[in-house]
Ligand binder design. Structure first.
Ligand SMILES: [Zn+2]
Length: 463
């Protein structure tokens, strides 16, 4: 009997010890959780060199275990808090039982900290404190926190801008060039035309503050939109300058294209086959419309990306050459597409269609560097040549390509043969002139007088 009682007493004791241990583990874990200070990791995506009139911080907070609860910024000058801003995130519910890393939480915040939002900000120095909080039980239920402190100069003197060229005549859809000077410390300058920013380049390496900027009035920008020269410094100060110009409106052609099953059957499947991002929409017409709309748009975006790899000087000396051939379509023709007598689409043709003999040699318009050579969406087999300072030329629908990316090509060098790959109704060369990836009228670049007056004569004093 006594042996049995002993056994049960030992059993009760064991259970008690077990519960005490479990409680101890829970208390220790909770204690650790509550005492934890660990907050979200903080990264500044746009690290400012100082504070100016329009400075912005781009703060990114990430937390592997908890939700990012809030971000705050504080600007302190001479011991006084001159500005405070905070953003709270409504996040997923807090999971109190979680001790293991959960789905990561990230938050990005663009917060202005320039004089535009802090009228009391003074030139000199300032302390910027950036704070991130998570929703953990850390710091006795106030949440884990992390802080980044920046000591920055405060400057308001905007860059100085002086326009050097006096006359600018721009054809709607075409280009011109403006020269200007900027003060040292300017980090970005160019011409803004509506939503388009055309960056400038130095006229020569030894004169980084004397800038040239080829700019355009794209065919889809209203000619009454104001163009201005813009200069920005590294702390977000900006200067705008007016310059004298005149835009000549232009009436673009209209054209109707009658779609046939034969044509669509010939062009659409090869494009879909070579474009993994496009999927079969189930009908020939739907697939054509996807290619003509969606893929055209994707290609346009890719050209803007390609333009960022431009050389910082002009790589050419003579006017651009037009392939001797018949013009079948010109720049900014507004096309209406009909199928079985019904209007099914509208698009703008942003280049020249030049037709000659079948498989005629395609020649580089000017000296440059090949930045694309291969299958390229609606343009089929295509080549893009960079001529420097944002100017590029595109050759489409080729049957064969004789160059590769990175090749230096000479004016009139054969780069391949014409064909009808991509969205082409027959053997021809499609040529697009691009400025910063935006199609512009190539006629100007083929015209020796235009090249002389708008480009070469203006650069003469700096050669
Ligand atoms: Zn074309």
């Amino acid at each position: 009997m006594s042996k049995l009682r002993d056994k049960s007493e030992t059993g009760v004791g064991m259970v008690l010890i077990f519960f005490v241990l479990v409680l101890a583990v829970i208390f220790v874990a909770l204690g650790l959780k509550v005492a934890s200070r660990q907050g979200p990791a903080l990264v500044l995506n746009k690290s400012p060199k100082g504070l100016g009139i329009k400075t912005e911080l781009v703060v990114e907070a990430s937390d592997a275990k908890h939700n990012v609860k809030a971000l705050a910024v504080e600007v302190v000058q001479a011991g006084q808090v001159v500005h405070q801003a905070r953003i709270d995130f409504t996040a997923r519910p807090h999971r109190w039982w979680k001790f293991w890393p959960g789905p990561a939480s990230t938050a990005e915040w663009t917060v202005p900290v320039g004089r535009e939002v802090i009228p009391g900000l003074k030139e000199g120095r300032a302390t910027v404190r950036i704070l991130a909080l998570n929703d953990s039980w850390g710091r006795f239920f106030r949440g884990g926190r992390n802080e980044v402190v920046l000591e920055l100069p405060v400057r308001f003197a905007p860059p100085q801008l002086g326009v050097l060229t006096s006359q600018h005549y721009i054809n709607h859809g075409g280009c011109d060039m403006v020269l200007f000077t900027v003060s040292p410390g300017t980090t970005e300058s160019g011409v803004q035309v509506g939503p388009y920013f055309f960056p400038s380049f130095s006229v020569k390496e030894s004169m980084p503050e004397t800038r040239l900027c080829v700019f355009a009035y794209p065919y889809n920008v209203d000619p009454s939109v104001i163009a201005r020269v813009v200069a920005r410094d590294d702390v977000g100060n900006e200067t705008l300058a007016n310059f004298t110009y005149r835009v000549f409106p232009k009436k673009f052609h209209t054209d109707t294209i009658t779609l046939t099953d034969d044509f669509m059957n010939r062009v659409v499947p090869p494009i879909l086959g070579q474009t993994p991002e496009m999927r079969d929409e189930g009908s020939l017409l739907k697939n054509f419309l996807e290619v003509n709309g969606q893929l055209r748009e994707i290609d346009a975006q890719r050209l803007v990306e390609l333009s960022k790899h431009t050389a910082s000087t002009f790589l050419w000396k003579e006017p651009f050459v037009r392939l001797p051939s018949k013009t079948e379509a010109s720049f900014a023709d507004y096309r209406t597409y009909t199928y079985n007598g019904e209007v099914v689409d509208h698009q703008t043709h942003l280049g020249f269609d030049l037709a000659g003999l079948e498989h005629m040699p395609v020649r580089a318009s000017n000296d440059g560097i090949v930045v694309l050579a291969g299958f390229f969406g609606i343009f089929g087999n295509a080549v893009v040549i960079d001529h420097g300072c944002g100017i590029q030329s595109l050759y489409g629908h080729m049957s064969s390509i004789a160059v590769k990316e990175g090749d230096h090509v000479k004016r009139e060098q054969e780069i391949g043969r014409s064909g009808q790959t991509g969205l082409a109704g027959g053997d021809h060369l499609h040529l697009t002139m691009l400025l910063d990836g935006i199609p512009v009228n190539p006629i100007e670049w083929w015209d020796p007088h235009w090249i002389h007056d708008r480009i070469q004569a203006k650069l003469q004093p700096y050669q």
